[in-house]
Design a protein around this ligand. Structure first.
Ligand SMILES: *Cc1c(COP(=O)(O)O)cnc(C)c1O
Length: 442
């Protein structure tokens, strides 16, 4: 364990060297295209500022988020690279976004009208990416509506209220390599770009590719790629390949310490509704994480954890704050480390194993880790205006994460979604931290 995770009931350890290594792979795969690291939803649960900084250090030149608040939090944390926020509902504070120099997306004329109003209000020209629905059937203008969206944007550009920075779209089946819709969407996207150009628009960046397409569909790269899940070292799907095969390193390890270990007789009912009963006299370990922390309730009697050198299935119902593991006659005691998931290198399950057990995707497993679970960032780089506080573990111990100045202990904090006002140095600074300490018990 790291020095920083000692004394914590539970934590999500996030190795920023793994983020840097994975982003370096993505930047290399992107070739001449720029890389926008997608850090929405608190960096897929990994801590937005720390991961964004690691991504920029590894060569990402844009940051992508879903909502405006996330973009504002990046600016508050000191990031100066272009930031794109693509999901808004009518009536949002677009003036704040323009004041913070956040690029916005428009799929419909009402959004362009709101952006133009915010531009008039602030006196700042808005940077807008027009979104085409090329087949995902989610956001974006349909093929029928696209020409009029381009016309409306061109009119606002002529008034100098907006600048069409980008044209973009999103893929439906990128995680099924070779799926015919990928080729079809690439073609429709190229057509949408042509129409935009015929309208007189000159977008600097055309972007379509998520992680899967960045890794396996070179034709989808255009001027910029938008990888998300792979930034955190996870594969976008089993069909795309394992993290190792893709050159990715899973960054998060979700871990806890047993809150109690006790001997019980055969036939003991365990947890709510006794969905598990001990077959023989046995030792139960109590893990202080529950569905409020992101351990799905459906994981009861299903998902496995690593404890005392072996994988063990969760015994009975997962509660809001805790669940139980039956370790039989193995010697465990309160304080012993439990690993729910990690890279798999030490025999622990992976987020993909949890996803497989629960019929979901690894994205959901990592993103739902709750705000009560501190993120411990390993190998954070020191910025010139960082706290400068060296963790007690000396060289190799975790350092303060960017945007977390003043939090204590160093590099340990709640997830930073919604963080605002935390002063920090800008990204892109030299001096990556030392390599990860051996935090696992030997
Ligand atoms: C989340 C998201 C991404 C990143 O997708 P991954 O599959 O995580 O790489 C890219 N673009 C948009 C529009 C998204 O919503």
């Amino acid at each position: 364990m790291t020095t920083q995770s000692e004394g914590l009931r539970a934590c999500a350890i996030v190795d920023l060297d793994a983020v840097r290594a994975s982003v370096a792979t993505l930047v290399a795969r992107a070739g001449n295209a720029a890389t926008m690291a997608v850090v929405k939803s608190d960096g897929y649960g990994h801590g937005m500022s720390a991961c964004a900084r690691a991504a920029v250090e590894a060569g990402a030149s844009w940051l992508g988020v879903a909502v405006i608040e996330e973009g504002l939090a990046l600016r508050a944390a000191g990031f100066t690279v272009p930031v794109f926020a693509w999901l808004t509902a009518p009536g949002e504070p677009l003036a704040d976004a323009l004041a913070a120099d956040i690029d916005l997306s428009a799929s419909a004329p009402w959004m362009l009208a709101e952006i133009a109003a915010a531009a008039r209000h602030t006196g700042r020209r808005a940077r807008v990416h027009l979104k085409a629905d090329t087949g995902l059937g989610r956001g974006g203008a349909t093929e029928a509506d696209w020409p009029s969206l381009c016309d409306a944007a061109a009119a606002l550009a002529a008034e100098d209220l907006i600048e069409v920075t980008g044209v973009w779209s999103h893929l439906a089946f990128a995680d099924s390599p070779g799926h015919p819709t990928v080729r079809g969407q690439i073609g429709r996207f190229a057509d949408a770009v042509t129409i935009a150009e015929k309208t007189g628009l000159r977008p600097q960046v055309r972007h379509l590719a998520n992680s899967a397409a960045t890794l396996v569909s070179p034709d989808a790269r255009f001027d910029m790629v938008r990888p998300g899940i792979s930034v955190y070292g996870l594969s976008p799907g089993p069909q795309v390949g394992s993290p190792a095969a893709l050159g990715l390193r899973p960054a998060m390890t979700l871990t806890a310490r047993l809150a109690l270990a006790k001997r019980v007789p055969a036939g003991s009912g365990v947890s709510y509704a006794h969905r598990y009963t001990t077959a023989v006299a046995s030792t139960l370990g109590l893990v202080p994480l529950g569905y409020a922390d992101g351990v799905p309730r459906a994981a009861g009697n299903t998902a496995e954890v690593l404890l005392a050198g072996r994988r063990r299935r969760i015994a009975g119902t997962v509660c809001m704050d805790q669940f139980v593991v039956d370790v039989g006659d193995d010697p465990v005691q309160a304080g012993d480390q439990v690993i729910l998931f990690g890279s798999g290198e030490h025999g622990e399950p992976t987020a993909q194993d949890w996803a497989d057990a629960l019929g979901t995707i690894n994205y959901e497993i990592v993103t739902r880790v709750g705000v009560r679970v501190p993120r411990v960032h390993l190998n954070a780089s020191d910025g010139p205006r960082g706290t400068g506080r060296q963790a007690p573990g000396g060289p190799g111990a975790a350092r303060p994460a960017p945007g977390m100045a003043g939090s204590a202990p160093a590099a340990v904090g709640p997830s930073d979604a919604g963080l605002s006002g935390a002063g920090s140095s800008g990204p892109g600074l030299p001096g990556a931290g030392p390599s990860a300490p051996g935090w696992l018990p030997s």
